[in-house]
Design a protein around this ligand. Structure first.
Ligand SMILES: [Mn+2]
Length: 323
């Protein structure tokens, strides 16, 4: 019989003493918001807690409460409980995996359909649009929600639903967002902090990427290439995708980023019916039905050819699912 992960997690948190909190590499709003909300929850329960991530926190998230406590290095320490958030697989935590697997108990809280159930306790809800939305129930249960937790959870929900525009946004999402907004949150300020961050050079760069756009109206797919990727304090991928989404009649958007001559990062977004997790999995990656990615060991040109022809061949059959 399937046991209720929620009850088991509440129990572990109540009994546990020292907690490790982590999330996936390439941190974004849902990973960070979920980590910090969990950290504040544990601190309010008078537990020891450490947030340890593979990657540094992108600058734009420094406004999140307690973001300064996040560590990127850790001396040898043992933990009763490790909580992995927004992670489909333990290896997605990067170098943190070593500390994660050493904990007496791993709690896996996630919303990726590709989740491998790597935890001792697995609370995975692929229908939910963000990990932060799942965590709301936990924070509510412990009666700890305050302005700081509300801001962290709201940021996770806001970013992972594309500001409440992705197909995963439903009545629950809005109900929870409305509960959180009672803590004096301001979405317009949040939007500016997260999105109004481009420099004129960034917009130039985005323009160059968009100038490579190709569109197959019959197959409803569009794709663009990035030859020189620069790591910034924020991720321009989402900005480029939000522009590609403006194209009328597009279902799948793909972004090819050259890592080097032999490796290409490929990101997928779909609007409503194509399961891009399946596409990414075919190429060794994974993610969500509506957002996924993979790294292919080919040049950008070869990767583009492989991926585009695969999608053209399959989008009319097995990859399409009702919204
Ligand atoms: Mn997420």
């Amino acid at each position: 019989m399937k046991t209720d992960p929620f009850k088991a997690i509440v129990d572990k948190i109540t009994r546990g003493r020292k907690f490790l909190i982590t999330a996936h590499m390439n941190l974004e709003g849902d990973a960070l918001g979920s980590e910090l909300a969990t950290y504040i929850l544990l601190k309010k329960l008078k537990k020891q807690a450490v947030i340890y991530n593979n990657d540094p926190t992108p600058e734009i998230y420094n406004f999140l409460p307690f973001s300064r406590v996040i560590k990127n290095n850790l001396a040898k320490e043992d933990f009763d409980v490790a909580i992995a958030l927004d992670c489909s697989d333990s290896s997605r935590t990067g170098k943190v995996k070593d500390s994660l697997v050493k904990a007496n108990c791993i709690i896996n809280i996630d919303h990726h359909v590709s989740n491998t159930y790597f935890g001792d306790i697995n609370w995975v809800e692929p229908r939910v649009g963000s990990c932060a939305q799942i965590l709301y129930r936990l924070c509510k249960k412990f009666g700890v929600i305050d302005k700081n937790i509300a801001l962290c959870l709201y940021t996770g929900i806001f970013t992972d639903t594309g500001n409440f525009t992705y197909a995963s946004t439903d009545d629950q999402t809005h109900r929870i967002a409305s509960e959180l907004m009672k803590y004096n949150l301001h979405p317009h300020i949040l939007y500016d902090r997260l999105h109004s961050v481009c420099t004129p050079l960034d917009l130039n760069f985005i323009g160059k990427v968009i100038s490579t756009l190709k569109f197959d109206p019959a197959k409803k797919i569009c794709w663009a290439n990035i030859m020189h990727w620069q790591d910034k304090g924020y991720d321009l991928t989402e900005v480029v995708f939000s522009i590609m989404r403006l194209l009328k009649g597009v279902e799948v958007s793909i972004l090819f980023k050259k890592i080097d001559n032999k490796r290409t990062r490929v990101n997928f977004r779909s609007r409503s019916c194509v399961d891009v997790n399946k596409i990414a999995r075919f190429f060794g990656g994974g993610g969500h039905k509506r957002a996924s990615g993979t790294t292919i060991d080919s040049s950008l040109e070869a990767a583009e050819k492989k991926v585009v022809s695969f999608i053209k061949k399959h989008t009319n059959s097995s990859l399409r699912r009702p919204a």
